[in-house]
Design a protein around this ligand. Structure first.
Ligand code: NAD
Length: 341
């Protein structure tokens, strides 16, 4: 395991994306977002993704110099054409639109079509919360086959259908909920497979629909399970319909590509002045923080706290990066004539 500074990862990311045809301002934004994912502890959505994104540019999936725009708008809604730019660039743009419109109209919905992978959803919900806007972000509705089974099903039908919700705090930090609606992220199955480890029970079914703890079974036609049984499955279906039916991906995406991202944004000062909202938010957040830890826990954390703690630690101590991940980034740089140090 290597330990690298955020600056070093940022420089490498930006230079590689520029060499792959990305304008410097957009490459800088991509570096900000990927390195932030590493800092907050979600390495699966950080610099590890650089080789795959460069490959997608080569195959024509990501258009590195595309800039998203609003194509339809009302006071309470906006449809963003992601133009197959980096999904992160489309999501950053759509978040700005959602925040601006929430400040004007109190509550809005923004949908992104022709949208690539938007990375860690928490990035976008956090950005809205930092501007005193509550945001619900989700991505889904690709229309299958995906990688996850519905509750009670024995075939793949859904993707990992992630959701993120950011809620502003007052004096206390903003709250951030951010996860896939599957029991375990596919990247974590890959990691267990690489180590030859078993999965916890309840995460996957094999290709015949039988419970399994063997990661190999997922790649032999098996499927991920939704978290929380029928309840997590219900949330996965909410994401499926918001991304697949509310977002008009079917009309815009072409080549049978359904699905999209949706942001629902509400101004925190919709029902009372911001100062009163902040006081109330702090009351609710603070009440939970005062709960004594149960045996086996050192403290009750609020959603978003593990990410804040990770960021503090990694800014101070550096970011752990697997040698294989770093070597793949260096090789990707070389293939573009960039020496990554
Ligand atoms: N773009 C996509 O298509 C896509 C798809 C799937 C997942 N993702 C991203 O992958 C990342 C990881 O997803 P995941 O499902 O593995 O998430 P996870 O299981 O790591 O859960 C993270 C969430 O749980 C909270 N949390 C964790 N431990 C906690 C504790 N002890 N107390 C209180 N809260 C706690 C975190 O603050 C965060 O809100 C997310 O950022 C998600 O957006 C993206």
């Amino acid at each position: 395991m290597l330990t690298l500074t955020a600056k070093r990862l940022h420089d490498a990311t930006k230079r590689i994306f520029v060499a792959a045809g990305t304008p410097p301002d957009l490459a800088g934004q991509m570096a900000d977002v990927l390195v932030e994912s590493n800092l907050v502890g979600h390495d699966s959505h950080g610099v590890l993704r650089i080789p795959a994104y460069v490959e997608s540019i080569r195959r024509g999936g990501i258009v590195p110099d595309a800039r998203p725009e609003v194509v339809e708008e009302t006071a309470g809604s906006a449809l963003v054409d992601g133009k197959y730019a980096f999904g992160h660039i489309a999501a950053a743009f759509a978040t700005e639109v959602a925040v601006r419109k929430a400040k004007e109209s109190k509550a809005v919905v923004v949908s992104i079509v022709r949208c690539n992978h938007i990375g860690r959803l928490g990035e976008w919900a956090s950005r809205a919360a930092a501007k005193d806007v509550v945001a619900f972000v989700c991505v889904g509705g690709s229309g299958g086959p995906g990688i996850a089974a519905p509750f009670g099903g024995a075939a793949r039908a859904l993707s990992t259908n992630p959701i993120s919700i950011g809620i502003p705090g007052g004096e206390l930090p903003d709250m951030l909920v951010d996860f896939a609606t599957t029991m375990i992220a596919e990247g974590k199955v890959q990691a267990a497979r690489a180590k030859g480890a078993q999965l916890p029970p309840g995460c996957i079914l094999d290709k015949n629909g039988n419970p399994s703890t063997n990661p190999e079974d997922l790649y032999a036609g098996g499927m991920l399970l939704p978290f929380g049984g029928h309840k997590g499955y219900g949330l996965a279906m909410v994401v499926e319909l918001l991304g697949g039916a509310l977002a008009p991906g079917e009309k815009f995406n072409g080549a049978g590509r359904r699905g999209g991202a949706v942001i629902i944004a509400v101004d925190a000062s919709t029902f009372h002045p911001l100062a009163d909202y902040r006081k109330s938010a702090d009351y609710h957040l603070g009440r939970i923080k005062e709960i004594p830890p149960a045996p086996g826990f050192s403290a009750v954390m609020l959603p978003g706290e593990p990410e804040r703690r990770s960021k503090e630690d990694r800014l101070r101590d550096g970011i752990p990066v697997a040698e294989a991940t770093w070597n793949a980034i260096v090789e990707t740089g070389k293939s573009l004539g960039v020496t990554v140090e």
